[in-house]
Design a protein around this ligand. Structure first.
Ligand code: ADP
Ligand code: MG
Length: 371
């Protein structure tokens, strides 16, 4: 009988930070009736700028762990932002990858992609099988998957679509789990595909019936790697990888002094709002309390986001003006720092930093800086 061993976090404080990458999708004329051109552009592998809405002679410059420009391939995003964290899940550690951003900015393209341009999910699953195959002897590996959706704070099993809202529990070792959630062993990439593709279709079909559901729900794929020592005492370690296509961040829009503005039907996405608070408090380094328990998504991810887990958030943005405010909000959430730069957007001139704003929030942007 296998003995369960709690995995220590190795005291690695640094890993509790969520790495933040931004991906700008290509400009699409169709999305921009006015033909105004892009309002945001990349500067280098870590910086981008967006035109200042209040003063077109200024831009706001942002710094990230990584910036992926519109030319970036699916392979490049995978190699730089996702592949490096995968080996940890073979060692009993947890990891999570999120695609964040407004609807239409490329979250599903980044996570799922297409058969011609596969995204993070198929590449990560393929890589996990490859890593397991390359492991040296001494351990037996078993890989399994679950696939679920959080919609209106309900946890729904996408591998068993008729199931009802499922509870989230924590065991005595602080592992989070969902009793009753389908967990299927997969033995190859094809095996994975056979389960995953029809389940994804379930979700798409439901979305047309239920008013843009796919842009308001979080699709969460869990890949679990359990390894068991062949020799006595048969130690066992479990590593979890969460791959998450988040709800559109436009539901989470906040405005200057009015606090949270409720959009359309008025239902704010509590899980997305709480996720932004959790990432914020993990990355600010001054967390008094990380509010994991305030929503289903963050509660589920509690053991795989922050702490000893390896987490990456890929913030997807679109360059057209019609996305301006959603882009601006997404960048302000994701950025470590930003800088107002006195410089026309369309011409190249010497950039003059005017106002370094550390961790500036929401709409406090350039107000007053251009006077
Ligand atoms: P989201 O899931 O955030 O709503 P999608 O992934 O559906 O956005 O992307 C919206 C549209 O833009 C889709 O037609 C998608 O194929 C396209 N798209 C997104 N990102 C890219 C990219 N990096 N390169 C090419 N096309 C993209
Ligand atoms: Mg999508």
């Amino acid at each position: 009988m296998a003995q369960r061993v709690a995995v220590s976090d190795g005291g690695n404080k640094k890993s509790s930070r969520v790495r933040v990458a931004v991906r700008l999708r290509p400009y699409m004329d169709k999305q921009d009736g006015k033909g105004e051109g892009p309002c945001v552009r990349g500067l280098d592998s870590q910086n981008l700028e967006i035109i200042n809405w209040r003063n077109a002679t200024e831009t706001v410059k942002y710094h990230f762990d990584a910036f992926h420009g519109e030319q970036t391939t699916q392979q490049e995003v995978f190699l730089s932002s996702v592949k490096p964290i995968l080996p940890h899940i073979l060692n009993g550690q947890n990891a999570s990858v999120f695609a964040y951003g407004p609807t239409g900015a490329g979250k599903t393209h980044t996570m799922l992609g297409s058969s011609e341009q596969p995204g993070v999910i198929p590449r990560a699953v393929g890589e996990v099988f490859k890593l397991v195959k390359a492991e040296d002897e001494g351990w037996d590996y078993s890989i399994g998957m679950s696939y679920l959706e959080i919609y209106n704070e309900k946890v729904l099993d996408l591998l068993s679509p008729s199931s009802q809202d499922l509870p989230i529990r924590e065991d005595k070792d602080k592992n989070i789990f969902i009793p009753g959630l389908t967990h299927t062993t997969i033995t190859s990439f094809n095996d994975f595909d056979k389960q995953f593709v029809p389940a994804s279709l379930n979700r798409t079909t439901a979305s047309t019936k239920l008013n843009q559901r796919s842009s308001r729900s979080h699709a969460i794929l869990l890949i679990k790697v359990v390894r068991t020592q062949c020799a006595l005492p048969h130690r066992q370690q479990t590593g979890k990888l969460y791959l998450v296509d988040l709800a559109g961040s436009e539901d989470n829009r906040r405005t200057g002094n009015q606090g949270i503005r409720l959009k359309e039907s008025g239902a704010i996405n509590l899980s997305l709002f709480t996720l932004s608070k959790v990432v914020d408090s993990l990355n600010s380094g001054t967390a008094v309390r990380v509010p994991y328990r305030d929503s289903k998504l963050t509660r589920l991810l509690q053991d795989s986001l922050g702490g000893s887990a390896h987490s990456v958030m890929i913030t997807n943005i679109a360059p057209e003006y019609k996305y301006y405010f959603d882009t601006f909000n997404a960048l302000n959430f994701a950025a470590k720092s930003k800088l107002i730069v006195n410089k026309p957007f369309t011409r190249e001139t010497v950039a003059m930093p005017v106002l370094p704003v550390k961790r500036a929030r929401e709409d406090d942007e350039a107000r007053g800086s251009g006077t």
